[in-house]
Design a protein around this ligand. Sequence first.
Ligand SMILES: [Cu+2]
Length: 150
Amino acid sequence: MKIKTFLGLSLFALSSNAFAENCQIDVSVMDAMTYDKTSMEISLAKCDKVTVNLKHTGKMPKTAMGHNWVLTSTADQVAAAADGVQAGAENNYLKTGDSRVLAFTKLIGGGESVSVTFDTKALKAGGDYTYFCSFPGHSFLMKGKFAVKA
Ligand SMILES: [Cu+2]
């Protein structure tokens, strides 16, 4: 009972102090087709902007095991990834000016890091979003749910 009361109070304190900020999400990858996170979640009330920090802790060059972080609606993910393969490495395996792409980082290789900051205005609470790596062949395994709360 005591624990329950404590939790209730701290939740209340959190929500009453809530203010919009630039929320940070760290995600890392190795020389394998997997992110260290299988899902991410943000809150529109809390985050005006979101920064995703991608770190490649592997050793392989980006020509062999490049990774990036790309956000689209789940409905657009497969087509955006397919068009990205056609676009080639010089375009980070993303079609130039693709309006389906809501945010993306450039492609990096082992030992590199990259960040992207994007506005959350284009995202809808409860919308169905997926993040993925657009390096050819990676998005089948390298993807996760990006949940957006009110
Ligand atoms: Cu990848």
